[in-house]
Design a protein around this ligand. Sequence first.
Ligand code: FES
Length: 115
Amino acid sequence: MSASPAGLSLDEKPPQSAPPTPVIRFLKGHVLLGQCAVNPGETIVEHAEACGISLPTNCTSGTCGTCMVSLILGEVPLPEELPPGLDDFLVEEGARLGCIGKPRGDVDIDIRPPI
Ligand code: FES
C-alpha cells in the first residue's frame, strides 16, 4: 500500500472538515482590535462585548445613532425602513447601527462611524 505525502493511503478519504465558521473582526483604521465567531441573531454590540470591545450605546433601539460603526466588508442587512439613527447618505458610506445590526457571514467592522 502506498502512502500520499500527507500520510494517507490512497484508499483512505481525507477527513471531512466542517464548513468554516464566519468571523466578525473589529478594527480601528488598520488596527485589528479583536475578532470572534459570528453568532447568528446577535448584534454587532453583542459580538463586540464577546471580543472584549466596548462600543458606546444609548437607546439600544436604533434611534439615537450613538452606536454607529462602519461596515468595511461583508453584510449587515438593514431593516426595510431605516431607523431614526440612520440616514441614506450614512448608509451609502457604510454606516450600520451596532445595537440593531446583525452580521451575516464574515464581516469587518470599523468601530468608528463613517463621517
Ligand atoms: S444605541 Fe442608539 S441607535 Fe444604537
